[in-house]
Write a protein that binds this ligand. Structure first.
Ligand code: 13P
Length: 249
């Protein structure tokens, strides 16, 4: 049985005061969750979040990481810096990074490897655009992305990694994939991992769905056999709405 994993991607939201309020709110609402719960605040809030999460089962994640270890890379944050601030997870390859920062499958693959080598776990994002879905090439797009982002990863590392299926057209639009659309895409992703590794490996990989997940649609999405969790944007910014998704899991 795969464990359900619910992660909140705060994106570029919440200063220190808001971070404190949100984390304290979550701690009071999520006392015992069956799911693994992860929060991914912006870099500037990680240290505050880490302190507030001492003695909590809620895990800390970052939203991105540098490809480099240290040196003259203005504005970048390294794997070891994230590790030292208490991160256990790092989101890599979010579609907003692909779109606004021109991240390719190759870059995302390198970042995933760095995260794993640094003792953390990557949440590796894939997903098709609306144009690609309308052209009926979703399966090919997902296959290419999964092969690209996992290239050269060992079976052990793949088993420990999380893949997040986030259809670009469902992100921040209020348009959720239907449970059938999401389940179908998750099956495609799991089949690619089976082909690349084995059934034993693919059966262990947690595949999250992301894209307008809310308290009222979480249950039907999360009840699909291949949907093992959620990567939540907008609805993770309020403690009660994030908690309702965790309860649904
Ligand atoms: P929304 O939940 O706001 O659609 O965002 C999803 C997302 O991009 C999470 O990484």
């Amino acid at each position: 049985m795969r464990k359900k994993v619910i992660a909140g991607n705060w994106k570029m939201n919440n200063d220190i005061v808001q971070t404190t309020e949100l984390i304290n709110g979550l701690k009071s609402l999520i006392v015992s969750a069956n799911a693994e719960v992860i929060v991914c605040p912006p870099y500037t809030s990680l240290a505050t979040a880490q302190q507030l999460l001492v003695n909590s089962s809620i895990k800390l994640g970052a939203q991105d990481v540098s490809l480099y270890d240290n040196g003259a890379y203005t504005g970048e944050v390294s794997v070891s810096m994230l590790k030292s601030v208490g991160c256990s997870y790092v989101i890599v390859g979010h579609s907003e990074r692909r779109q606004y920062h021109h991240e390719t499958n190759e870059i995302i693959n390198q970042k995933a490897k760095k995260v794993l080598a640094g003792g953390m776990l990557p949440i590796i994002c894939v997903g098709e655009t609306l144009e690609e879905r309308e052209k009926n090439i979703t399966d090919q797009v997902l296959t290419t992305q999964v092969k690209g982002v996992l290239a050269g990863l060992s079976a052990v590392d793949v088993e420990r990694s999380i893949v997040a299926y986030e259809p670009v057209w469902a992100i921040g639009t209020g348009k959720t994939a239907t449970k059938e659309q999401a389940e179908e895409a998750h099956k495609v992703i799991r089949n690619v991992i089976t082909q690349l590794y084995s059934t034993a490996v693919s059966e262990k990989v947690v595949i999250q769905y992301g894209g307008s997940v809310k308290g009222d649609n979480a249950k039907e999405l999360l009840s699909q056999p291949n949907i093992d969790g959620a990567l939540v944007g907008g609805a993770c910014l309020k403690a009660d709405s994030f908690a309702s998704i965790i309860t649904a899991a």
